[in-house]
Design a protein. Structure first.
Length: 503
RNA sequence: GGGCCCAUAGCUCAGUCGGUAGAGCAGCGGCCUUUUAAGCCGUUGGUCGCGCGUUCGAGUCGCGCUGGGCCCA
């Protein structure tokens, strides 16, 4: 076998181009218009007939990657693409300046070229450049995936995302949509008076969420640092410091398994507002999601698999116990009784039931019976205190806290609290977490003494929330896997083959 | 952590009952000066993921490994 059969052929063509005295890797592209710009301006075939286009007397230079070549004897059609838009180039031997025809024979799919000539419309009505000059911008030495089916192999699509983006048009579209979602979210928050801030991604004590952190080491200070699992404790310090409304959009890192909903690094927006509470966060969330759906996706009703999700406010609100009763078809009264909760947990094979409190078991019952069924946006409220060490208790019931999680498409999308601002209470909650840790739960939170100190200086009543941006993009773009909305998802490295090891 | 599925040419995929490897696209050589997955003629290209085993004989059967996908905990 000749593994570089294709590459060798293209290397030969490269030498021939050089022999013609051409610069194959010029420093800048010759270009007067973008392809998208031309395609948009001259899209109307009735106004811009071949005659009117010729009447313009306009000569354009456009650059693009060659994605199709159709040879017709002494004329050739090619499609150039740039930024997801395409434009046809029409080469005729008689039209081309020297050494154009020779150059054209050395053109391969995947090459970047710029073409210069007047705009025209072909017999079949397609806007095209009647090429007088062609210039190489970059010679592709490797072949592209198959033009009709694109790149199908999921592993290769994730490992070589550039090939996925070139050959699968909807992938480029999804990631452009992601960019617009993030920018719309950011603009929405700024319009609400929130200030974007940046807090440490490397933290001496990982806090703000119950999750295993990644560890790293700073050499000069000879200290261990943790990649953050959440920015929460730093953002609250900023509210202590006098900021009224802050938000941060950035990466969190959790040292956990991979799934269609989990990537070890993921993007979260967290926001905190002095003086507000959970109800304010609900309203903000409803407005944010319906606005993004409308402005980016063009509708508040969007497809999710076989279903349609409505992002129209208000979203449904349901307490955790009510949700378990409703979706688990369980008598609501049973959830008021610890013995029954234990029995229900054992019935669905929750592990280590005897070591858990009834609040923890309610969380397990919720995960088992409810989470996947919450397709339409639903705020689940009234979480057990054991699961929520940073949240204020409910008025009149200190076993539950003023927290919601928002579920869409069967996934947790957001998590919000009326933030706990009593430093004495907070210290007690940390103590409980440390006991948990002592008992072997390495996801339990660690004490952050300076955070307690900041609370002792006074945190006003504060509403706070985190929204998972990757999952938001998933539900809005109808993507079944988080890997389809993260450009470079984490992949296990490929083990080199024996022959590669010898090299 | 457990279960199921996938891995064959650069890409997309066939490969029956175990009998010595196929197509389309791409590539290469021709024909063709308005094509749209252009068409037509010819043609190159394979460590069937890796290893071990069963067998006269393995892409195919078994075991293990690697990578990926899906489901469950």
């Amino acid at each position: 076998m000749q593994p570089n059969q294709y590459r060798d052929v293209r290397l030969e063509k490269l030498e021939k181009l050089k022999a013609l005295g051409l610069e194959v890797w010029p420093r800048k592209a010759q270009r007067t218009h973008g392809i998208a710009q031309l395609a948009e301006t001259y899209t109307d075939a009735e106004t811009w007939t071949n005659e009117t286009l010729e009447g313009l007397g306009l000569t354009v230079s456009v650059m693009g990657r060659v994605l199709a070549i159709r040879e017709m004897g002494k004329s050739v059609f090619a499609h150039l693409t740039e930024n997801g838009e395409k434009l046809q180039a029409f080469f005729r031997m008689n039209d081309l300046a020297e050494p154009g025809w020779e150059v054209l024979k050395l053109l391969d799919m995947g090459d970047f070229v710029s073409v210069t000539g007047p705009l025209m419309r072909t017999k079949t009505g397609e806007l095209s450049v009647r090429v007088k000059e062609v210039q190489f911008l970059s010679k592709a030495l490797l072949p592209l995936p198959e033009k009709w089916h694109g790149l199908q192999d999921k592993e290769q699509r994730y490992r070589q995302r550039y090939l996925d983006l070139i050959s699968n048009g909807e992938v480029l579209k999804t990631f452009r949509t992601r960019s617009r979602i993030v920018s719309t979210v950011r603009r929405f928050m700024e319009d609400q008076g929130y200030l974007e801030v940046e807090t440490p991604m490397m933290q001496p004590i990982p806090g703000g969420a119950t999750a295993r952190p990644f560890t790293t080491h700073h050499n000069a200070l000879d200290m261990d640092l943790y990649l953050r699992v959440a920015p929460e404790l730093y953002l609250k310090r900023l509210i202590v410091g006098g900021f009224e409304k802050v938000f941060e959009i950035n990466r969190n890192f959790r040292n956990e398994g991979l799934s269609v909903r989990h990537n070890p690094e993921f993007t979260m927006m967290e926001m905190y507002e002095a003086g507000s509470d959970l109800r304010d966060m609900m309203t903000l969330t409803e407005n944010l999601l319906s606005t993004v759906a409308r402005e980016v996706m063009g509708s508040e009703q969007l497809p999710w698999g076989e279903q349609v999700i409505s992002y129209a406010a208000p979203f449904r609100r349901l307490s955790m116990k009510d949700a378990i009763a409703e979706y688990g078809c369980i008598d609501r009264q049973l959830l008021e009784d610890e013995a029954h909760i234990r029995a229900l947990a054992k019935a669905v094979h929750v592990e280590q039931v005897d070591k858990k409190t009834d609040g923890m078991l309610l969380g397990d019952l919720f995960d088992h019976h409810v989470e996947k069924q919450l397709i339409q946006p639903t705020f689940i409220t009234d979480y057990p205190i054991e699961l929520s060490p940073l949240t204020k208790t409910l008025e009149g019931d200190d076993r539950f806290v003023d927290r919601f999680e928002l579920f869409i498409g069967g996934m947790e999308l957001a998590n919000a609290y009326s933030e706990l601002n009593d430093p004495i209470d907070q210290m007690g909650r940390f103590q409980a977490q440390m006991d948990e840790r002592e008992a072997g739960n390495d996801e339990a939170m660690q004490l952050d003494q300076d955070f307690i100190t900041s609370l002792e200086h006074g945190l006003p009543p504060t509403g706070g929330e985190g929204i998972g941006i990757d999952r938001l993009v998933m539900v809005l773009t109808n993507s079944a896997s988080i890997r389809d909305v993260i450009l470079f998802p984490l992949m296990r490295p490929m083990k080199p083959t024996e022959s590669e090891e010898k090299d």
